[in-house]
Design a protein around this ligand. Structure first.
Ligand code: NDP
Length: 681
């Protein structure tokens, strides 16, 4: 009996009666069915608000980051079950790897974003604090806080696992519960992953709900605290973007839509160059990975007029070698499209493309999918076309065949290549294959306005390249115009989409209380205990030390020069220093830094375990011979990552504000130092 898929709404699985049958892309056999029961979307949204939001807000950025890491590990352990289900989508093992392990990898990456870029607590202080008055009593800054609403994530059929996880990870980290809606065609795989997620017990209740089937009146239930993200066709994006309730409540709507991405073979590359084959390989790979069902796939291959025939010849040879069929067979390199509907759609789009293009390689070239029962599968031959008039509008500049289909286009001169690239009207990604840095420097800025990401490929990059088609968690994914105008991923950037940015004005003391960070001018706490002698738990933001003074002498400068080997004229040449902007010899900036450390450290062993760096260092004023300096050290920010060292010693991160002043109380150096501080016990 076919499995009836269930939605996970308000903490329970819903669905017993079968509705639409979902079929295997390989042999057309039923895999699962959607459920007939209607979902109460008012309940789903209320659950996210009443249960999800408070549960997520009980955790902070660091704790949610830890949950993401735990979930990533758990899903990796469960991966074989997901691979088995993924086979029904027509995916090869490599295709599924992108989806399944790419999904867990994205969770890991966002756990890393929490550890590296986010504070403890639920307020991000974006800073810097900007003085707004002359006396230091009034200042402004920016904070980011969780939006307090729910994120609705609507996904395409091509990445049933990664698609949901790459949207879920940043929203969860931001403290925003999600309602995920996978595309129906492959929702059986998303549902299986969701079962694993719920089984794991790692996510707090309400953090993630799953909708199988349509979204009914879900969008009508949202308000201004919520967010909608969408991946799919430009048509659906255009419709949902202007949904009256989305418009009325100014609900952020992020879209990733179809995109006519291109790869350009630069004029400097000749058929004898390694780069020529790199280009051919990249185009062939993008045509065949996921059977071309990738929003980032190369739809337009733009090549110098003189090399069109050679590129076509080498591409044909590669495509002819690509064994298509049931990915269960070891020899198979390309699987099926996700469904018969997609097969029909891709066939129709190729027919449209052929009105302005020649067929270079396609079904007639001995296409015979391998495997049993594949006659009812959604297989489609790799199809290479050649545009008759690349300058003309329409054709491959407008029509996206979401399958293993690409169109060759000839150009004359780099400017024409740039113009052709732009004819896609906004793309997710473009690749330029070149050996020449000048060409890259010309192409990239000119093409950047119309592309979300640009890969510059040469033999050096190729050895480690992650490829044209792979969005990476650390880099922004999304493009302008036709590509939907959205932005996803990109590390911390994506988390910020689910946070509200607010400017805050007030006195330094108020800003310190609001941001949870010391702000200069706010009261400090000097209780007589050196701040370096306090354990992480005992240390309070604002704990401070004003050091004794030290007069800088010529002997200091000479000694520091000898020690460091830095004999720069400003410190050692009386005559040249007189002609300099300072008009006299001055101390090394690094001496001031070292002297300040000498003033503020508490030398005996204690809870401060390590100094691992400096941030925002500025030498504000010169320090001359005879100047007298002192330092103020103040605990500025504490981050508890629940880390222990190899010996099991718990520790947290503390950033200290350091201000070095001279005898006139003028700041001469300003910076943050970053330390690891031991916890008690
Ligand atoms: P659709 O735009 O039809 O569907 C995308 C998602 O939107 C699906 O989850 C779909 O659900 C949902 N959806 C459709 N209509 C509505 C609606 N009125 N309200 C709420 N949700 C809705 O795209 P497909 O998945 O069918 O793919 C078609 C095309 O999308 C491809 O040919 C390709 O051009 C493009 N695409 C782009 C991608 C990208 O990343 N840029 C990725 C994948 C596809 P349901 O499945 O239940 O209809």
């Amino acid at each position: 009996m076919t499995r009836t898929l269930q939605s996970y709404i308000a903490g329970r699985w819903i669905g017993a009666e079968a509705a639409q049958t979902l079929r295997s892309a390989i042999n057309g056999q039923p895999v699962a069915a959607t459920h007939a029961e209607k979902i109460d979307f008012a309940e789903a949204v209320a659950h996210a608000r009443r249960v999800g939001v408070p549960n997520l807000m009980q955790l902070d950025f660091q704790q949610r980051g830890e949950r993401l890491k735990a979930l990533a590990k758990f899903l990796i352990e469960q991966k074989e079950a997901l691979y088995a289900e993924s086979a029904h989508t027509g995916a090869t093992r490599t295709d599924s790897w992108i989806d399944i392990e790419g999904g867990s990898g994205t969770l890991f990456a966002y756990a890393g974003v929490a550890a590296g870029d986010l504070p403890s607590g639920n307020v991000v202080h974006e800073g810097p604090v900007i003085p707004l008055g002359k006396k230091g009593g009034f200042a402004g800054t920016h904070i980011l806080v969780p939006r307090g609403g729910v994120a609705v994530h609507i996904n395409a059929f091509n990445f049933p696992v990664w698609g949901l996880l790459e949207k879920f990870a940043p929203s969860f980290l931001a403290g925003v519960p999600c309602i995920g809606k996978p595309a129906t065609a492959t929702s059986y795989l998303t549902e299986l992953m969701m079962r694993k997620v719920i089984e794991s017990g790692i996510l707090p209740e309400g953090a993630l709900q799953l909708v199988i089937g349509g979204t009914g009146d879900l969008l009508d239930r949202l308000d201004g605290a919520d967010v909608v993200t969408f991946t799919g066709s430009a048509d659906t994006a255009a419709r949902l973007r202007v949904h009256p309730n989305v418009v009325r409540h100014s609900i952020p709507f992020n879209a990733e839509a179809d995109s006519l991405n291109c790869a350009v073979l630069a004029p400097d590359v000749t058929p004898d160059d390694e780069e020529f084959d790199l280009f051919v390989k990249e185009v062939a790979r993008e045509m065949t990975v996921k059977a071309g069902q990738k929003c980032t796939a190369i739809r337009r291959a733009i090549v110098p007029k003189s090399y069109v025939e050679e590129v076509a010849k080498r591409l044909k040879a590669r495509l002819a070698k690509t064994v298509v069929g049931d990915p269960a067979l070891e020899s198979v390199r390309m699987g099926a499209l996700a469904s018969q509907d997609q097969k029909g759609d891709v066939g129709a789009k190729v027919a449209e493309l052929l009105q302005s293009a020649e067929l270079v390689f396609g079904e007639r070239d001995g296409f015979a999918p391998q495997g049993e029962g594949v006659a009812n599968g959604a297989f489609f031959s790799p199809t290479l076309l050649l545009a008759r008039d690349p300058q003309a509008d329409g054709g491959a500049h407008d029509i996206e065949a979401f399958g293993p289909v690409s169109t060759l286009m000839a150009y004359d001169g780099l400017d024409e290549a740039i113009a052709l690239a732009a004819k896609g009207k906004g793309s997710l990604v473009s690749t330029i294959v070149t050996k020449d840095a000048t060409t890259a420097a010309r192409f990239v800025p000119a093409a950047a306005a119309m592309h979300g990401r640009i890969l510059v490929l040469d033999r050096v990059a190729a050895a480690e390249s992650t490829g044209h088609g792979s969005p990476l968690p650390v880099l922004k994914h999304g493009g302008p115009g036709r590509a939907g105008g959205g932005e996803e991923l990109g590390g911390l950037r994506a988390v910020k989409h689910y946070l509200q940015r607010t400017a805050v004005q007030g006195s330094p003391a108020m800003l310190a209380a609001v941001t949870g960070e010391h702000v200069r001018g706010a009261p400090v706490n000097e209780d007589g205990v050196h701040p370096f002698r306090k354990h992480f738990e005992d240390l309070q933001i604002g704990d401070s030390l004003l050091t004794h003074r030290r007069t800088v002498s010529e002997a200091d400068i000479v000694a520091f020069g000898g020690l460091s080997g830095d004999y720069f004229y400003m410190h050692f040449d009386e005559i040249a220093a007189k002609d300099s902007p300072f008009g006299k010899r001055i101390a090394h900036g690094y001496f001031v830094l070292s002297a300040a450390a000498g003033l503020f450290v508490s030398p005996a062993p204690g809870p401060v375990l390590a100094n691992y760096g400096l941030d925002t260092l500025r030498f504000v004023k010169p320090v001359g011979i005879g100047d007298t300096i002192r330092a103020r050290l103040t605990a500025k920010r504490k981050i508890d990552r629940n880390r222990k060292d190899a010996k099991g010693q718990g520790q947290g991160v503390v950033a200290w504000d350091v201000e070095v002043t001279n005898q006139n109380e003028e700041v001469v150096a300003s910076y943050d130092i970053l330390t690891l501080v031991a916890k008690r016990g």
